[in-house]
Design a binder for this molecule. Sequence first.
Ligand code: AP5
Ligand code: MG
Length: 227
Amino acid sequence: MNIILIGAQGAGKGTQAQNLAHTLGVVHVSSGDLLRTVSNSGTDIGQQVRAYLDRGELVPDDLIVTLVLRRITEPDAKRSGVLLDGFPRTIAQAQTLDQGLAELGLYIDCAVYLTVPREVLLRRLSGRYICRAHQHVYNRDTNPPKVEGICDIDGSPLYQRTDDQGPAIEKRLDIFFSETFQLLDYYRSQSRLVEVDGNDSIEQVRKNLFHAIAEFELKKKYQDDNQ
Ligand code: AP5
Ligand code: MG
């Protein structure tokens, strides 16, 4: 099973993805995490990527497409399927993804859109902290760690992302609602879009996601059986 998680910055993609991927038995692939690894690599390309991230702008399509396609063709991902978090973000990326998967005899089952109002997104992002070791996500107000500044799960220090400060926050949201938003029509027109309310507690959103995907799969099976 291959699923895409679409949501504005702060919608809760990273917060939900690890648990959801585990429940579905697929590999979680986060385009932002892949890029942050490159940006910390100390290479020239790493420096270029860092500049895009710090400004809150999308990196060029060919770079992110190469990184994600490389990851999803690794044996674990090919075997069990993937939950894509943050990719695709443009129609061109979506088309290249469909093409790349088709060459492997694979396809995207559905794209899940987590809906959250803009004012809630802004509040969540300014209170977010991430752990250094495995990118576990916390929030000063809604999901604090037990010990301030330390990850509950692996004990590594927490930090605030550079793009969660200053004008980069608003810029990322503008890009989402103008550009990435167009992806919803792309998947809706192919009857592959599932919308889920993300403006609830973390636990309730977890349940909403699971039920929506299970319901989508059931409907699809019924349609396939009755064709
Ligand atoms: P990426 O790392 O994907 O960041 P993003 O798109 O800005 O999304 P976020 O990680 O900010 O949001 P999220 O939905 O994961 O929220 P989270 O779960 O953390 O990308 C970074 C950059 O990489 C981009 O800006 C771009 O430059 C580049 N990039 C990435 N993909 C690309 C692509 N395909 N093409 C080109 N460039 C690309 O939650 C946020 C906060 O809210 C947390 O504090 C959390 O604790 C809290 N929270 C979550 N859910 C709830 C809830 N239900 N109730 C209360 N609080 C909650
Ligand atoms: Mg994220």
